[in-house]
Design a protein around this ligand. Structure first.
Ligand code: C2E
Ligand code: MG
Ligand code: MG
Ligand code: MG
Length: 286
């Protein structure tokens, strides 16, 4: 009996593995046509000033609706796109789309907000990022200081090249933000070595704000950021408790479902329009 159970367990495991492999292969091959078949959409998540809940910017987040598999999370398909190189053309599309959208909001008389775009390490290694950013800014006639590029600590795989590109971006007037800050191995090295503007405190720190140790950690990182003249943005704020603890820790900015999830551009328009100028307050209805 034990033997049979083991056999079944083994087969289950194998089926599961096969399923995962098949899905991965499907995603990998379908990614190739997703762009031209317009299956992607850029959603936007507001970034707010914590004390006032005023919207200070948007983060562009890619969404993929697969015709048969439905919504697929970027956490699932971005790593695959990075591996097979598709991220280069997808990333280019996201950047241009987000810049044009930002310009459109401005054109419609909505208060100009900073727009952040995630850029993967693969795009940094490709050597054409600077040219691409210049093109995107020109096409959209966007003021460079309104664009922010979000990178993770993994860009430190190629310190020298990355530093040069970041310098180049900053010379253009573009802002640089370190995403998922505190989860990598080189957090201190990064803020010491790279000319950056913002650190985004990873959601894992915010998740556990009930722990006194974690609160101390957050306070320390916020202090560090302030002393280095960096903007600190907390990621993934879901509760009022977390919000209050962050304000106590003097963290100035944040994002999270408490304010809004990532939504379609039209919905952002409503969020911005609803609010009386110049006090663009977000309704705390979520
Ligand atoms: P990220 O850049 O760190 O983005 C934050 C992620 O956390 C987003 O997930 C966002 O929807 C989610 N989030 C925001 N607030 C909350 C909250 O309060 N609670 C919870 N549970 N989650 C929250 P999303 O959109 O699924 O993106 C996942 C990751 O995929 C992003 O992490 C980013 O690394 C990557 N990604 C998304 N779009 C792009 C893109 O256009 N280019 C590249 N290279 N990567 C992208
Ligand atoms: Mg990000
Ligand atoms: Mg992040
Ligand atoms: Mg993250």
């Amino acid at each position: 009996l034990a033997k049979e159970g083991g056999k079944n367990g083994y087969r289950f495991y194998n089926d599961d593995l096969n399923q995962k492999m098949l899905r991965r292969m499907r995603i990998e091959s379908d990614l190739r046509k997703a762009l031209e078949e317009e299956q992607f959409e850029v959603y936007y998540q507001p970034k707010v000033e914590l004390k006032t809940k005023k919207i200070i910017g948007m983060e562009a987040l890619l969404r993929w609706q697969h015709p048969e598999l439905g919504w697929i999370s970027p956490a699932e398909f971005i790593p695959i796109a990075e591996e097979n190189g598709q991220i280069i053309s997808i990333g280019e599309w996201v950047l241009k789309t987000a810049c044009l959208q930002s310009k459109r909001w401005q054109h419609d008389g909505l208060s100009p907000t900073n727009i952040s775009v995630n850029v993967s390490v693969r795009q940094f290694q490709q050597g054409t990022l600077l040219t691409l950013v210049k093109e995107a800014l020109q096409e959209a006639e966007l003021v460079p200081s309104l664009l922010e590029i979000e990178v993770t600590e993994s860009i430190m795989q190629n310190t020298k090249e990355s530093t040069e590109i970041i310098r180049g971006l900053r010379d253009l007037g573009v802002q640089i933000s370190i995403d998922d800050f505190g989860t990598g191995y080189s957090s201190l090295y990064i803020i010491n070595q790279l000319p950056i503007d913002t650190i985004k405190l990873d959601k894992t720190f915010i998740d556990d704000m009930k722990s006194v140790d974690q609160q101390a950690m957050v306070r320390t990182i916020v202090d560090l950021g302030m002393n280095m003249k960096l903007k600190v943005v907390a990621e993934g704020i879901e509760t009022d408790y977390q919000l209050n603890k962050l304000i106590e820790a003097k963290c100035e900015y944040g994002q999270g479902y408490l304010f809004s999830k990532a939504v379609r551009a039209e919905e952002i328009e409503n969020l911005l329009q609803e609010a009386p100028e110049p006090d663009t307050q977000l309704a705390l209805s979520h």
